[in-house]
Design a protein around this ligand. Structure first.
Ligand code: DWN
Ligand code: SAH
Length: 408
């Protein structure tokens, strides 16, 4: 029996995506024999409302010195973090110039470099030392460690309490969420705020974007689940925003109960989630049926193009696409290569199905007719950057929201 990481209730198995490798486990030919696989199964609890993986590989296996995702590989995401930093600086609920700004999962410094530049006292927690070292080049102050109850206490002893703790695409990665909550409680100033953003469960359900589910994403949050999760720690949701990043995300604003009056958006989103059935196991069972149809349709589409003697490649060696390829059994016989702008991924093979990953520079040199959008969440940026592919008559394939070719 599996139990919920929020309130220890029993989890119902609602979706099984089969045996999967690490989402970011791009590897060399000589390492194929040692590749690690785990069962990618999702559970749901109606009492906590928390959608979660039943089993997650150990954090050290996923987040270490060879971690291959660098946030700065997307210009749109770089702009997103720069804009949000400017907004926080002028938020009347915060006093960033006098306080301490803490970021969890600061990666290559895509957000905190703006704090460093503006002279704002800050601290990043980043266990993946390769990306952390990249951030240090921008003057970012970073602890190369996992955020947890113990590392939070150590940070409070040496830096004092935080006026803001921010986490983008990180909170949903940490299975030991109780340790994170204890850490936030001890580190946050009495009038401090916790702000975090992650892919939104509502968008995943609407768009059928099951590829948001992989080893690193142990949770897909909703406002319902977040408010129930933080309540035992005396924190409440005071604001909620839908944002467009990563194919549809939500930003949650939390404060100690009673310190700031919640905006009307909180009650509105809780009600809209109830109406949508986001606290009902049956919603996820029907989602699982849609996922199964989507996986088959994608494989069928690519097979039919290959049967016509045409080649299909992919753009974006994402962790998300690891789920898609391994679930739909799409290997190098169907997608011959994946092109990507991350030097750390180039020259390696994709996890599990072992499609070669090549530099995105080579993508424009060849004359492909079909490319699968492994990074559909960056579709606008990718279509701009590689616009020549479209001018030459190339067609983009996506599985979100339905399997097919994107309009030209
Ligand atoms: O939550 C997470 C998010 C923030 O990032 C992590 N667990 C891991 C990672 O997920 P992902 O791998 O699915 O992320 P992206 O941002 O969808 O990855 C895009 C990939 O595409 C990168 O490898 C960079 C590449 N890329 C490219 O080659 N050309 C991206 C753009 C925008 C481009 O123009
Ligand atoms: N915030 C960045 C990076 C997201 S990728 C962005 O939005 O683009 C997730 C990051 O969280 C990785 O860099 C990973 O090393 C880090 N991470 C994983 N577990 C963590 C933990 N317990 N504490 C802090 N960071 C963690």
């Amino acid at each position: 029996m599996s139990v919920c990481r929020s309130n220890e209730s029993t989890l119902e198995l609602v979706l099984d995506l089969g045996s999967q490798p690490l989402g970011n486990g791009f590897l060399r030919l000589e390492d194929f024999a040692q590749e690690v696989f785990y069962p990618l199964q999702c559970g749901f609890s109606e009492s906590s409302g928390l959608f979660q993986l039943i089993e997650q590989p150990s954090p050290d296996l996923m987040f270490n010195d060879t971690y291959k995702f660098f946030s700065g590989t997307s210009k749109a995401m770089s702009r997103h973090f720069s804009d949000f930093f400017q907004r926080l600086k002028s938020d009347p609920r915060l006093n960033l110039s006098d306080g301490l700004l803490v970021e969890l999962g600061s990666n290559d410094g895509v957000f905190l470099k703006h704090a460093a530049r503006a002279g704002v006292r800050h601290l990043g927690f980043e266990p993946s030392s390769g990306v952390a070292e990249e951030s240090m080049k921008f003057g970012v102050n970073v602890t190369k460690d996992f955020f947890s109850s113990s590392s939070a206490l150590a940070a409070r002893d040496s830096h004092g309490r935080a006026s803001l703790v921010y986490a983008a695409n990180v909170m949903c990665h940490i299975a030991d969420i109780q340790s994170v909550l204890l850490g936030l409680d001890s580190l946050l100033a009495p009038d401090g705020l916790v702000v975090f953003e992650d892919p939104y469960l509502g968008d995943v359900l609407d768009k059928g974007s099951y590829d948001q589910i992989y080893d690193e994403h142990v949770f897909l949050f909703s406002a319902t689940a977040v408010s129930r999760l933080f309540a035992p720690y005396g924190m409440e949701l005071i604001d909620f925003e839908r944002i467009s990043t990563h194919g549809g995300s939500a930003r949650y604003w939390l404060a100690r109960r009673g310190s700031i009056r919640p905006t009307p958006k909180v009650a509105q989103v809780l009600e809209s989630e109830r109406v949508k059935g986001m606290d009902d196991t049956r919603t996820f069972l029907s989602f699982a049926e849609r996922v199964s149809r989507s996986g088959k349709a994608l494989r069928h589409l690519i097979e039919s193009i290959r049967e016509d003697g045409k080649e299909v490649v992919a753009l974006g060696a994402t962790s998300k696409s690891t789920t898609v390829y391994n679930f739909s059994k799409i290997g190098p016989n169907l997608i011959s290569a994946i092109y990507d702008n991350t030097p750390a991924k180039q020259g390696l093979f994709s996890p599990g199905v072992h499609i070669p990953v090549l530099s995105d520079q080579e993508f424009l040199m060849a004359n492909f007719e079909f490319a699968f959008l492994g990074a559909w969440n960056h579709a606008a940026e990718i279509r701009r950057t590689y616009s020549e592919f479209g001018y030459r008559g190339g067609r983009w394939i996506s599985h979100v929201p339905v399997v097919g070719m994107l309009a030209e």
